[in-house]
Design a protein around this ligand. Sequence first.
Ligand SMILES: *[C@@H]1O[C@H](CO)[C@@H](O)[C@H](O)[C@H]1NC(C)=O
Ligand SMILES: *[C@@H]1O[C@H](CO)[C@@H](O)[C@H](O)[C@H]1NC(C)=O
Length: 319
Amino acid sequence: MERRRFAHVFICLVGAVLMLLLYLDPDWGSEGRDTPARQGPGPYYVAYPGNYTFIMDDTPTCKTTTPFLLLVVPVAPGGVAARDTIRRTWGSEKLVLGQRVETLFILGLPSGADAKQQQEELQQENLQHQDLIQSDFTDGYHNLTIKTMMTLEWLVAHCDKLSYIMKIDADMLLHVQNLVKLLLDPSTAKQNYMTGLVWWHSPVLRNPFNKFYMPRYVIAEPEYPPYPLGMAYVMSLDLPAKILEAAPHIKPIFIEDAYLGMCLQHRGLSPTEAPDSTMFVVDPGHPLSDCSLSRVIAATTTSISQMTGYWERSMGATC
Ligand SMILES: *[C@@H]1O[C@H](CO)[C@@H](O)[C@H](O)[C@H]1NC(C)=O
Ligand SMILES: *[C@@H]1O[C@H](CO)[C@@H](O)[C@H](O)[C@H]1NC(C)=O
């Protein structure tokens, strides 16, 4: 009995010491720093640049049309409900304050047992809507940086006449008119312009149990350069090419918005704070009032029905 208890305590103790070592030095036990395996895609980097191409992009957008503003929504291949909701709500607003606005969805390849069927369904969906852009990397949360960079590549290749692009997540409310109003404002820059909810001193997270953990050997600095939060950011059309030029010099970490901040910094650029803190809202923690809805540009939502309800109310909302 005593022996058993002793063994138990001993095992717990060894376990605790191991955890502590791992916490203090997450590289402990790995085959050393900066081995070639560390350079390639792994837990902290994605495979970019890669030899990716577009296997679906027969949209007329930027080919036969010239929008003022293009909204690009990264989505999972299986996210048809989210896409349909956007097509019914803010994605349906095509002429706003006299400006042409279009919406596209960008995705990678489906994976898993039903990948083939998912791909066939995507093709059907695109036949109907012609608003999907698909590249041939494997879709997944960890590959969001690839998705963003492929979006920029597609924009540079096809859209040399539009004025602004916004990347916005599928679970967001977007007040298109307030966004267009901001972009038309004479005080809004037409070049080197990127805005959203800007994080100015975002710490590099060193807790290995955090989803955004980043070890010191990848990023030594305690803070990321400033970047707008990935949920919704807008940029002037000159920036995609500038970011792509910087990208080969910056290791492609999997945190896509922080990565864009690093690319901007490499070009000596910095994002612009939105003129009003009511414009970009993350996790408000309470339902948005009509007054908030009349002033918002983009806000996170918790469900499709909340998003739809907000969008309907935002149309006539006043403060
Ligand atoms: C990229 O893809 C093309 C066409 O599939 C192929 O010919 C080329 O060798 C590839 N390049 C690299 C670096 O993998
Ligand atoms: C990311 O995409 C690459 C290229 O297609 C693929 O090899 C890799 O498995 C993907 N990673 C994840 C986590 O899906």
